[in-house]
Design a protein around this ligand. Structure first.
Ligand code: 5GP
Ligand code: MG
Length: 173
């Protein structure tokens, strides 16, 4: 028989929405003159992304890319770009929207890739960031919540593709 997963709530709907609105406000203040392109990192960011762009009071464009590295609760360490963006981003302000930063490998992979494209600026928004022994600070970074080294699901985040549709963020025990 399949073992039932054990969840512990970490952030509820109100907490998540409040924080998204705060981040949306900061981004809107920082991009008043030029239209940024927000890039959704699939799959995990799609729900956060949809709420974030609707919290902006400025004009924006959107694009999508897809990377994968995780199997179950473990990273394979190898990042694969499964789908690239379709816009020409040279000279544009780019805002990469991630679900969660853990080791930083995925975001560093993406930053390296975008830096080769002559963007005007690159910012990073992550709904969650895990505090770990390799703590690093990115420039132009907006973080929803800093969390401990625990595996989380819900609000777009999966465990083997499940639980993305949960409205809250949970620790998977
Ligand atoms: P990193 O490359 O920073 O180690 O990991 C980044 C990616 O791993 C995230 O974009 C996310 O897809 C996945 N990931 C890392 N930690 C978690 C977690 O706690 N839960 C889930 N569902 N995915 C995670
Ligand atoms: Mg991700």
């Amino acid at each position: 028989m399949k073992k039932k997963p054990n969840f512990e709530i970490l952030f509820n709907k109100a907490q998540i929405q409040k924080r998204i609105n705060q981040i949306g406000c900061s981004i809107s203040k920082n991009f008043t003159t030029e239209i940024p392109i927000l890039v959704c990192v699939l799959n995990g960011s799609f729900i956060f992304f949809a709420d974030l762009i609707r919290s902006l009071s400025i004009d924006c464009e959107i694009d999508f890319l897809k990377v994968s590295s995780y199997r179950g609760k473990k990273t394979t360490g190898k990042i694969i770009l499964e789908k690239d963006i379709s816009f020409n981003i040279s000279g544009r302000h780019i805002i990469i929207v991630e679900d969660i930063i853990d080791s930083g490998k995925t975001i560093n992979f993406l930053l390296k890739k975008f830096k080769e494209k002559n963007c005007r600026s690159i910012s990073v928004v992550a709904m969650l960031k895990k505090s770990n022994k390799f703590n690093f600070q990115l420039i132009n970074e907006y973080i929803g919540f800093e969390i401990k080294q625990e595996f989380v699901v819900g609000f777009g985040l999966d465990y083997n593709q499940r639980f993305r549709n949960l409205k809250e963020i949970y620790i998977l025990k």
